[in-house]
Design a binder for this molecule. Structure first.
Ligand SMILES: [Zn+2]
Length: 474
């Protein structure tokens, strides 16, 4: 997401909630090495994205939103083929984390097809835990498909700057279903939830099929193109969308005005909540969001590779304020800061959406890279370079940042972006861009680690040294 920053030497950073970093312009600082970069030989590598694993999970979800927009009743049907032996199937219940819980949010598994076991992992005492494991009757070998079913209810938190919330007319949620927590090649992701506003979820790419039933007056958008709604009876309509390569699901329900376009063959929907603006006022949102999204999609694609999802939905919600929240194929924006928020969140379509990461353990692998993408898009690298010499280790996990919240954005976002920008200058822009493209292609639709970016940048030892000095690489 794009979120708050604290003060940093050489740069005063504007506090903003949410995923997006707001930064006042830093004092001028030398931004480029004065010596010419050494010769960097870019090795042969993949020229296209590694396709999603054909054995990735297939997950069918239904969500039923009540008339008050405060509660969602859901079902989940999962077919999962692990690449290692397993004795249980682990899901994360992120709405039970301390952030949503303090605003009244929670998720309860009301029925499961196997016996359940809970772990707190950061949940407040009055919540059932942020992890539920379904215990298999016997160990299941690698490569064997497992099918499980869950029913659940979600109480949406009060409206706040976050990925979930509700008003009397609008409901929005993401990472709000029991989230299968497998990482191919590694195993279960068990990072604790933290109180800091930011992501800790880790999940692999899955084939999602999502049905949402809502009051008939509402419009539903999600991280896939919705089919035309059908009458569900009782004054309700049913909507459906699919995304065959998403790590997670994001949905918004309410009084939305929509604007549709096509960006290089990718359907783009911009949804503006009537609670934010209507009529002519809505144009002040549609205009900049559509233009910045279109430009970001095209320019990020030229730099990092083709837009990685079948569609993109931009949802403008009043509650999100000056922040932004990213999901694969859907971005939530608020009321302002679009020139920074939109290219940052669109950067996440490649870094987190396409090249996934353990957002609890390695938040810099998506936040520093999204800020880097934003800085290159806006050609304002100097805005961040001042943070490079400030204290803090870019590669620290969310369990560290939750105790050092004032430093989180300055170090992970700004210093992380500064380290990447400086590493790019050290290698030469062209070779660095090619090495980064190799990293993206190699780890597309998977979950990458700091060791993976270190391996990709091995031909540029000066760049690696800069990232190590910044504490990005262990
Ligand atoms: Zn972000």
């Amino acid at each position: 997401m794009r979120r708050a920053l604290a003060a940093v030497s050489g740069a005063t950073l504007l506090a903003l909630p949410g995923c997006t970093v707001g930064v006042r312009r830093a004092a001028p600082k030398p931004s480029r090495p004065t010596t010419p970069p050494p010769e960097v030989v870019v090795p042969a590598c993949r020229t296209t994205y590694t396709p999603p694993d054909p054995k990735r999970p297939a997950i069918r979800l239904t969500f039923d939103v009540d008339a008050a927009h405060a509660h969602v009743t859901g079902t989940e049907h999962v077919t999962f083929t692990p690449d290692k032996p397993v004795t249980e199937v682990v899901f994360r219940l992120w709405p039970n984390g301390p952030g949503p819980a303090k605003n009244g949010g929670r998720i309860d598994v009301t029925r499961a097809s196997l016996p359940t076991r809970y772990e707190s992992l950061g949940a407040p005492k009055d919540r059932p835990g942020t992890l539920v494991a379904l215990t298999l009757p016997a160990a299941s070998p690698a490569g064997k498909a497992i099918t499980v079913d869950l029913d659940f209810t979600v109480t949406l938190p009060r409206s706040d700057v976050d990925r979930w919330g509700h008003t009397s007319r609008t409901a929005w949620w993401a990472s709000a279903h029991p989230l299968l927590a497998w990482v191919r090649g590694t195993g279960w992701a068990t990072d604790p939830a933290v109180g800091l506003l930011g992501e800790t979820a880790t999940s692999e790419v899955a084939r999602y099929d999502v049905t949402v039933t809502a009051p008939a007056a509402d419009t539903v958008v999600g991280n896939g193109v919705t089919d035309a709604p059908v009458d569900a009876g009782g004054g309700r309509r049913r909507w459906h969308f699919a995304n065959d390569r998403a790590r997670d699901v994001a949905v918004a329900v309410g009084p939305f005005s929509l604007r549709r376009s096509d960006v290089g063959g990718v359907p783009l929907v911009v949804a503006v909540s009537d609670e934010l603006a209507t009529g002519a006022d809505a144009e002040t949102v549609f205009g900049p969001v559509t233009e910045l999204t279109t430009d970001s999609m095209l320019r990020h694609a030229r730099r990092f590779g083709p837009f990685p999802f079948p569609s993109l939905t931009m949802v403008a919600l009043k509650a999100v304020g000056g922040a932004g929240v990213e999901y694969p194929g859907l971005v939530m924006v608020g009321t302002r800061n679009y020139p920074g928020v939109v290219p940052h969140e669109l950067g996440h379509q490649w870094f987190y959406g396409l090249v996934g990461d353990d957002q609890g353990r390695d938040p810099w692998l998506d936040e520093a890279f999204a800020t880097y993408a934003e800085a290159l898009f806006n050609a304002d690298e100097d805005r961040y370079l001042g943070a490079l010499d400030s204290p803090g280790r870019v590669g620290d996990p969310m369990t560290y940042w939750t105790k050092h919240g004032r430093d989180y954005s300055r170090v992970v976002y700004a210093k992380g972006a500064a380290a990447l920008l400086t590493a790019r200058a050290a290698a030469g822009d062209g070779p660095f861009d090619k090495l980064l493209r190799c990293y993206v292609n190699e780890h597309a639709y998977a979950v990458a680690t700091p060791a993976d970016i270190a391996a990709a940048l091995a031909p540029a030892p000066q760049s690696l040294a800069i990232l190590r000095e910044a504490g990005a690489l262990r």
